[in-house]
Write a protein of this length. Structure first.
Length: 147
């Protein structure tokens, strides 16, 4: 199984960005842990980060035929982007939404996700574990599809 791990805006700054909220791991370290988890699950993750909404949309389009599922932390675009949501709906690839922080115990504007209605599910609030749990859930879901 090949999984696209998509990281949205400002996540390139992890490690130095509001560590009280997002933790001290860098994106590189998170990707490494994802790769290790994928290995255990006999899957492969391909990480990509962009600060640009259009690049994220293009990447989702290109995922079709290349990957079986998408793990996404859309960052702030979670709360703003109809385009990202439509891209996920268009390619119709099983998608799991993850967030490091618990978006529901933060500012009101973070409580709504445009991604959630087109995702299988969402994991929010467990730091890097959100990613690892999200990957597990996605792989489990895809394996069930295979049988
Ligand atoms: C985030 C939560 C978003 O509200 C925020 O804009 C981010 C990160 C998270 O992982 O907790 O950039 O997606």
């Amino acid at each position: 199984l090949s999984i696209l791990a998509l990281h949205g805006p400002n996540l390139n700054l992890l490690g130095q960005r509001e560590p009280g909220i997002y933790g001290s791991l860098t994106l590189g370290e998170i990707n490494r842990l994802l790769e290790e988890e994928a290995l255990k699950l006999q899957a492969t993750v391909f990480p990509l980060q962009s600060n640009h909404e259009g690049i994220l949309v293009d990447t989702i389009h290109e995922a079709l035929g290349q990957y079986q599922g998408i793990l996404i932390n859309a960052g702030a675009y979670t709360h703003t982007s109809v385009a990202l949501r439509d891209a996920i709906a268009a390619v119709n690839l099983p998608t799991v939404e993850v967030h490091l922080s618990n978006i529901y115990r933060r500012e009101e504007f973070r409580h709504h996700s445009y991604i959630a209605p087109v995702a299988i599910g969402q994991i929010s609030g467990f730091g890097v574990q959100s990613y690892l749990l999200g990957l597990q859930a996605l792989v489990n879901h895809l394996r069930k599809d295979e049988t």
